[in-house]
Design a protein around this ligand. Structure first.
Ligand code: NDP
Length: 352
């Protein structure tokens, strides 16, 4: 018998409510470690908290590819862990595995074939990066920029990134720079984050949307207009950026976090005026979903790993310890408490 802690959904924030740590509850339970054929017992190392989870807290997620979490039931999301016992031929004890639907639980019995075995060398042993730089957010940045951004070396393009100091944004800006944008301007919510963008991540300019006049600062930072916009936030910030985009520009519609606590469909509707800007200037803005690119995972992981290990990309993380802190970590991330990827460390991986 294995003693485990798990996190269940305690209450829903309501369609127009901000989430609170009290929406989650930690319970203790036991796990029968007897495995059926094909199963593995895993110990959880790191769990991810992500903006899309806000939709899973509603009774209706509003997105066809997301199922709602059920009240009183254990919740799940991206996770990485280590196999402690196995009846799955492909996964031996000690293998490091990831899963998009990892139970928020300290140990779990999972079906081996659902898990993806990963090579710790790709991240120089920093296994939490499989949830960030080489996980869903890094892959979103990579495929978003590569597939929707139309960045061309030598074309002197200016890229703007909103949510720029977060998990997707911090990677997207660096990839835009590496792929050849002349300037990369980040928009984020604090002075500390602005400094990080400029001093650590190689952004050419940074705008604090909480204290600065975003349209005026965009004009100053992008004198030749905006060619590529990596949009993580939506709302007024995105309206300001789109208004300053050049004809033939491209919006990478990654996410719209500023609207996630509101009862609106995804993607939230744009004003007539902004729709007119998009149409009149022939700006592309297609819905982007990283899960469409699972068949090209190896190509992306290889390139991201090369950048990471050569130091061409810097990876930022904010780590909180303990499964009891899942709710706090999620709510903090939703309010901007994170720099880079928000991670929750569940157990030590030093013995690996
Ligand atoms: P982040 O690490 O960027 O964390 C969320 C950040 O959003 C916060 O740190 C905060 O930073 C910012 N934020 C919160 N509220 C607002 C607001 N009202 N206005 C502006 N900024 C706000 O999260 P991720 O990188 O995981 O996700 C970023 C976006 O990408 C989300 O919209 C998410 O849904 C989307 N996404 C989409 C995927 C896809 O396949 N399309 C896959 C993964 C993510 P600050 O201090 O700057 O306010």
């Amino acid at each position: 018998m294995v003693l485990v802690k798990r996190v269940v959904l305690n209450s829903r924030p309501g369609k127009d409510g901000a989430p609170e740590p009290g929406n989650f509850r930690v319970e203790e339970t036991t796990l029968e470690p007897d495995l059926e054929d094909g199963e593995v017992l895993v110990r959880t190392l790191y769990l991810s908290v992500d903006p899309y989870m806000r939709c899973r807290m509603n009774e209706d997620t509003g997105a066809d590819y997301l199922t709602p979490w059920q009240l009183g039931e254990r919740v799940d999301g991206g996770g990485v862990g280590v196999v402690e016992s196995s009846r799955c031929g492909a996964l031996s004890v000690g293998a490091v595995v990831t899963f998009l639907n990892w139970p928020w639980q300290t140990h779990a019995v999972l079906t081996g074939t659902a898990l993806r075995k990963v090579d710790p060398q790709l991240v120089d042993g920093h296994l939490s990066h499989f949830l960030g730089a080489l996980g869903m957010t890094g892959l979103s940045a990579f495929f978003g920029v590569r597939e929707e951004g139309h960045v061309t070396k030598g074309a002197k393009q200016t890229m703007v990134v909103s949510g720029a100091a977060g998990a997707c944004g911090s990677m997207a800006g660096q990839i835009g720079r590496l792929d050849g944008c002349l300037g990369v301007v980040g928009i984020c919510g604090s002075e500390e984050k602005c400094r990080t963008l400029l001093e650590d991540l190689g952004f050419s300019a940074a705008i604090n949307y909480r204290t600065e006049d975003v349209p005026a600062r965009l004009k100053a930072c992008c004198p030749d207009g905006v060619d590529v916009y990596f949009d993580n936030v939506g709302g007024a910030i995105s309206d300001a950026v789109i208004s300053q985009m050049n004809p033939g520009g491209h919006v990478i519609l990654c996410g719209q976090i500023s609207q996630y606590n509101k009862d609106v469909p995804y993607p939230p509707p744009l004003s007539q005026e902004i729709q007119e800007v998009l149409r009149g200037r022939n700006i592309t803005r297609e819905r982007f979903v990283v899960l469409r690119y699972t068949d090209r995972l190896d190509e992306a992981l290889c390139e991201l790993s090369r950048w990471l290990r050569s130091g061409q990309i810097k990876v930022l993380e904010t780590v909180i310890n303990g499964i009891e802190k899942m709710g706090d970590a999620f709510c903090s991330m939703m309010e901007g408490g994170n720099v880079g990827k928000q991670i929750v460390k569940i157990s030590e991986c030093s013995s690996l």
